[in-house]
Design a protein around this ligand. Structure first.
Ligand code: LHQ
Length: 266
């Protein structure tokens, strides 16, 4: 593909925005341009009230193969020490934090292989729907690294410490079927049905009370390092906010009038 193609495609359909990683020739390897565009797009999606569900997916046969190793090849041709921490702090960590803090539902529509930091991106989403041919590889160990971009945080929380250790130690490929069995994905669908299944789920989520979903996400994020008493208090605080939304009033009114609610996200 010519370099003139945007490395990130931004597609809108109703209240659903799709961010499509678009470097199919490298299975959507993440270079600095793509990471910058992704970071900006997540901020914009968060700010745009018209967006009520965000989907992250890849163009071509891959979701993302992780850090573009060709783009950093020059570092490996000298004997100079290699410093990766600053690269992560500058490019990856802010994106992972923004994805987790995004106050709207976030779906990874995993269309193919998700490896290394590409796997971390999928893990940072709220819900994962995978094509049958998709796979997950904690590929870091294969290049002599420890997992980064949030994989060591998300993976044990999603599939348990022991399984997370095994996948991170071995860097082996996890098929979509296995990913479903171990709770790494929410749904697996035939390849040719991924787009339709993602749209169905995204449309459903985009029609829900978006503020309540944002607050739910905040609460679940906070629960990971809170004690019960703190969490109960946090829930009460968030519910004060939820209780003041138009959608809460609409939900209760609709129930009492025995009609379906019409949520607007306000
Ligand atoms: C790629 C890549 C790739 C460039 C496939 N880069 N071209 C953070 C901070 C700083 C530095 C280091 O790392 C990190 C975090 C990380 O993400 S570390 C992990 C980096 N990723 C990997 O190690 C995965 C490397 N890729 C693979 O192991 C395989 O390509 C997988 C298993 C993903 C897919 O295998 P296949 O389906 O057999 O495809 P392929 O290997 O033939 O790849 C297709 C093309 O994509 C090929 O190019 P070519 O010109 O030969 O057709 C690959 O060179 C290119 N590609 N991954 N990460």
């Amino acid at each position: 593909m010519a370099d003139t193609q945007p490395k990130l495609l931004i597609e809108n359909e109703g209240a659903v925005r799709t961010l499509r990683l678009n470097r199919p020739e490298s299975l959507n390897a993440l270079d600095d341009d793509l990471l910058k565009a992704l970071g900006r797009a997540v901020v914009e999606a968060d700010r745009d009230k018209a967006v009520r569900c965000l989907v992250l997916t890849g163009a071509g046969r891959g979701f993302s193969s992780g850090q573009d190793l060709a783009a950093v090849a020059a570092r490996y041709s000298t004997n100079k020490p290699i410093e990766l921490g600053s690269h992560l702090r500058e490019h990856y960590n802010p994106i992972i934090l923004r994805l987790r803090a995004l106050e709207k539902p976030l779906i990874a529509s995993v269309n193919g292989v998700a490896a290394g930091a590409g796997c971390s991106l999928a893990l940072a989403c709220d819900i994962r729907i995978a094509a049958e041919s998709a796979s997950f590889i904690e590929a870091f160990v294969n290049v002599g690294l420890a997992p980064d971009s949030g994989s060591t945080f998300m993976l044990p929380r999603l599939i348990g410490v022991s399984r997370a250790m095994e996948l991170a130690f071995t860097g082996r490929k996890v098929t979509a079927t296995e990913a479903m069995q171990i709770g790494l994905v929410n749904q697996v669908v035939p390849d040719d049905q991924l787009a339709a299944a993602t749209k169905k789920l995204a449309d459903k989520l985009a029609g829900l009370p978006t503020r309540a979903i944002g607050l739910t996400k905040r609460a679940i994020n906070a629960s990971w390092c809170a004690d019960l008493e703190t969490q109960l208090d946090y829930e009460a605080m968030l519910q004060t906010t939820a209780g003041q939304t138009r959608d809460h009033r609409e939900g209760v009114t609709a129930f009492l009038k025995k009609r379906p609610p019409k949520f607007t996200g306000e």
